[in-house]
Every structure is written in C-alpha cells, then in structure tokens.
Design a protein around this ligand. Sequence first.
Ligand SMILES: [Zn+2]
Ligand SMILES: [Zn+2]
Ligand SMILES: [Zn+2]
Length: 83
Amino acid sequence: TLLSPDGRKESAGEANKTCAPPIACSSCMRSVDGKAVCSQCERALCGQCVYTCWGCGALACVLCGLADYADDGEKTLCTSSAM
Ligand SMILES: [Zn+2]
Ligand SMILES: [Zn+2]
Ligand SMILES: [Zn+2]
C-alpha cells in the first residue's frame, strides 16, 4: 500500500455559502423536496411525514397531528382543531 506523504486533498469549489443548506425532514431526516412545514411547530416535513388536518386543512407533523380513527377511516386533526 502506497500512501502519499501529503494524503490530504483540498476539496475546492464546494464552499458555496449562497446556497441554503438542505432541509431535513424533522421526522424521518430525509431531505425535504417540498416546502411543507408543520403549522404548529414550523418544522420542515417531507411529503411522507406531513399530515393534513381534516378540520382546518393545516399541515401538521407526526407530533402535532393527532390521528383520530373514526368510522370512515383515519382522520388527522391538528392540535388546534382537536381542542
Ligand atoms: Zn419525513
Ligand atoms: Zn409539528
Ligand atoms: Zn386543524
């Protein structure tokens, strides 16, 4: 095995500060491609972790969305509508 004496490589050109850092879903930590944000805690959510409140239509995360199992399927209420 040969190791170069200066084993470091300068990663040039990747320090672009103008780009916003990729937003991770607060629930599953995947990168968020959309702009879904929980209306309660304002955390970023991916499309698979966002819930839509059937009461007011607000977006909620899994922590703020309260699943309510009714007769006609799963409904999700945000904390505001659940009150
Ligand atoms: Zn997610
Ligand atoms: Zn939330
Ligand atoms: Zn609601």
